[in-house]
Design a protein around this ligand. Sequence first.
Ligand code: SAH
Length: 372
Amino acid sequence: MAPEPGKLMMVAPRRAKPPRHLADLDVAARREWLVELGQSGFRADQLSRHYFERLTHEPDAMTDLPAAGRHELVERVLPPLLTPVRSLTCDDGATVKNVVRLFDGATVESVLMRYPGRTTMCVSSQAGCGMNCPFCATGQAGLTRNMSTAEIVEQVVAGARMLAAGEVAGGPGRVSNVVFMGMGEPLANYRSVIDAVRRISEPSPSVLGISARSVTVSTVGLVPAMERLTAERIPVTLAVSLHAPDDELRNTLVPLNTRYSVDEVLDAAWAYADASGRRVSIEYALIRDINDQPWRAHLLGSMLKRRLVHVNVIPLNPTPGSVWTASSPEAERAFVRKLEDHGVAVTVRDTRGREIDGACGQLAAATEPQGS
Ligand code: SAH
């Protein structure tokens, strides 16, 4: 339709995308890209090994590449995507929160948690989040944008690099687990997240050495995307942030519930468990006098019993401006016991990173650091 005379056409601003990076592409596409750049395809494998295996993006370290043009090539295919803003540690150095700036100024956070025998990287999949759960700090500022595959992968590589360099308490080590439990709703950025899972778990020449089985994707319950994930047949662990067994309360705690009800979300979760043979995690942030009543524990237990499921109870972590707090220890114990009475496996999640606003639901990264 022709625009009305005298009226300006509204043109949507073109969103700039993060620069393309080797980690955005699968092995075949990387080779094609290098050929497009006038290189031999096998350079893609060499560069992949440097990036994913040796965890370097320093051209000077890549002595198997011809010196002429090496810097330009590396800058082109491994552009720095995350600029460190600050790094905070707690738990005697076993928890590290990294705040980074993306190419367009958006900031995101990731958290590395070291335990005896395993190290988990908690990564963001979006700058901000559009899900608007009132108890979660990330949701309060809304969604800025989806992250690219390479921006997601780079968080894992950055953590792996810190560990390999011995910069994390406990000596040199490696990332064993990745959880999509940082900022954002991973299933609302489906393609990039799935590609990032593939990138993280791919074999040589891009080994980070993390199996898909050690990756957890957490969702508020985007049912169509859960169904897509089921069909994908990647053996990740699916975590569902339930927080209430009844629609009335869940509609307020997880607004998306007005679109996909508790029953629909759980049905999609059981379909995933059936297809994958993997235990689904149910996340339940326990909020004093809001969702911690014995009758809700009983209802939840009766809905989950005899299912391939594990419940993670998360004591609510405080977020700025929220009036809600964690349940009393007695209420928490009673809640857990009621679930166990139904034969449901339950763990109470630790509150790693609370002092550095790095615990579940505390990642905000909305403001720039003062005075820097
Ligand atoms: N959007 C996805 C991924 C984020 S995972 C999801 O919601 O599943 C972060 C987990 O921490 C989710 O289970 C979320 O519900 C939970 N969470 C959010 N805010 C919290 C808070 N203040 N205290 C404890 N857990 C919280």
